[in-house]
Design a protein around this ligand. Structure first.
Ligand code: ZN
Length: 74
């Protein structure tokens, strides 16, 4: 058996169907949740990585006050 085109013909059971909120094919049928928007959760699912990057310094510690490089200049 190969992992490529020839084996794709055996994919019959679908795990995801169209989400009724966001419309993308990310609604998991067994979990009954959407992988994209988080339906049926009230709040929309969103990636928090960008928020963490803003508030954490390179060591992963939370910055109490945002410090900008320009503040160190004389
Ligand atoms: Zn969705």
């Amino acid at each position: 058996m190969t992992k490529g085109t020839s084996s794709f013909g055996k994919r019959r059971n679908k795990t995801h169907t169209l989400c009724r909120r966001c419309g993308s094919k990310a609604y998991h049928l067994q979990k009954s949740t959407c992988g994209k928007c988080g339906y049926p959760a009230k709040r929309k699912r969103k990636c928090m990585d960008s928020v963490k990057e803003q508030r954490l310094n390179p060591r992963g510690q939370l910055l109490q006050h945002p410090v900008h490089l320009k503040d160190f200049k004389d």
